[in-house]
Write a protein that binds this ligand. Structure first.
Ligand code: HSE
Length: 420
């Protein structure tokens, strides 16, 4: 039977923070000819903003409904989400997703499924919420080499860091606020441990550099062990601590990528990216630097990014991964020395110094903080140790003058080895 269609219909899977956001945006734009045709959820008991009759609990009702023009997969269960994406793409359907973990961990397969069956997968909402990052990297910079792409990619951790700096509140209280406001993941350890930023970074790597890299292979350290002493020290150096994801092309054709807390001075565009906002600096070889800033989390900003994908598909938009065809790039954490602040129990810090034998040990700041010079590769090598021992790590850019470390942070036994 041929179904007479008047409006374009979206099959929505998931009605959490982002699903509700997409619903509101679609309803507010009904004049554009779209409607939510079907909504699938899992939990029958949960109180929702729509009557129970608005929902189905059988995902196959969405996946096998020929009257739907597009499927929006917006659930947090990664195993189920992957199954949904696979089935939809195997049927050659058009599907949009905001599921960064699933996309980052399975991008080669998801690209292959699109090529094999002719389906389309868009996922702008998976990276930096409302900021059109992937479109910019893919459609605009698809043919220009990029020097560096770096930014704040996780709204919740940025919200927490902003609160720690501005209000000196407790870490757990700031995290609870981020959860309350709908910024955090269902499992907030993904936010604070830097894993969510890592997933976004790996997705960006494919579009910015044609690099397919599995998240497990990338150095990422989070903010879960940050202390008020580290925040105070950063402030005394004129900086704010931010969780920064970075991608950089090396002269030898490798792509250096990592997620690291970093001391950001006032002169850096990332300094003023506060609360749940994300910010991304793109440096292209010929265009120079550009900066994108916007809401990186939240129901409506993320729903708006999903909506942008939904409507773009109708105009025939799809990712072409232009740099994948030409790139021979391989991934590295980085071999050049960087300066890092390490904070944790003094015996653990001493053990780490024995392990890495740092080239320069600038200062021992009290019992619990030390500033060293080492390579990101060394951090990657000892990533598990750092996490198991609860050591907080923050990179200190060269532009931050360490000779202004205030006297009160220098311990009696401070032993500056090497030069500042
Ligand atoms: N939990 C994520 C964040 C949501 O805080 O950035 C948006 O991806």
């Amino acid at each position: 039977m041929k179904i007479q269609k008047f409006r374009k219909r979206i099959g929505l899977i998931g009605f959490g923070c982002v699903g509700q956001g997409l619903y509101d945006v679609v309803e507010a734009n009904r004049h554009l000819g779209w409607e939510i045709g079907c909504i699938c959820v899992k939990d029958k008991e949960k109180t929702r903003s729509l009557p129970a009759s608005a929902f189905t609990y059988d995902v196959q009702e969405v996946l096998q409904d020929p009257s739907l023009d597009i499927i929006a997969e917006l659930i947090s269960d990664t195993k189920e989400a992957l199954g949904i994406l696979r089935q939809a793409l195997q049927q050659g359907k058009t599907v949009v997703s905001a599921n960064k973990k699933v996309i980052a961990e399975n991008l080669p397969e998801l690209i292959q499924l699109q090529q094999r069956h002719g389906g389309v997968l868009l996922y702008e909402a998976s990276v930096c919420g409302s900021i059109p990052v992937l479109r910019t990297l893919e459609a605009y910079y698809g043919s220009e080499p990029l020097v560096e792409v770096r930014g704040i990619l996780n709204g919740s951790s940025n919200y927490i860091l902003s609160k720690l700096h501005a209000e000196h509140i407790d870490f757990q209280a700031a995290l609870a606020q981020a959860q309350e406001l709908g910024f955090a993941e269902a499992d907030p350890s993904l936010d604070v441990e830097g894993t969510d930023a890592l997933h976004k970074l790996c997705i960006m790597a494919a579009h910015a550099y044609g690099l397919l890299v599995h998240p497990d292979d990338v150095l990422h350290l989070g903010i879960q062990y940050i202390s008020s002493e580290a925040v105070e020290l950063a402030a005394a150096l004129g900086c704010r601590i931010k969780l920064v994801g970075s991608l950089k092309a090396t002269p030898t054709g490798q792509i250096e990528l990592r997620v690291l807390p970093t001391l950001i001075p006032e002169t850096d565009a990332l300094y003023d990216v506060e609360a749940e906002f994300n910010g991304l600096e793109i440096e292209a070889r010929f265009a120079g630097k550009q900066f994108l800033k916007g809401r990186g989390a939240g129901s409506h900003p993320t729903g708006s990014a999903v909506w942008a994908d939904v409507t773009a598909t109708i105009r025939g938009y799809r990712y072409t991964y232009p740099k994948l065809c030409t790139s021979q790039a391989t991934a590295t954490s980085g071999n050049e020395q960087i300066t890092v602040l390490l904070q944790g129990q003094s015996d653990r810090l001493a053990e780490l110094q024995d392990l890495v034998q740092p080239a320069n040990q600038y200062k021992i700041i009290g019992q619990s903080q030390v500033i060293l010079s080492l390579t990101p590769q060394q951090l990657k090598q000892h990533e598990s140790f750092l996490k198991q021992q609860g050591i907080f790590v923050a990179a200190i850019p060269e532009s931050v003058a360490l000779d202004i470390v205030p006297e009160k942070y220098r311990s009696e036994e401070a032993v500056p080895v090497g030069s500042l």
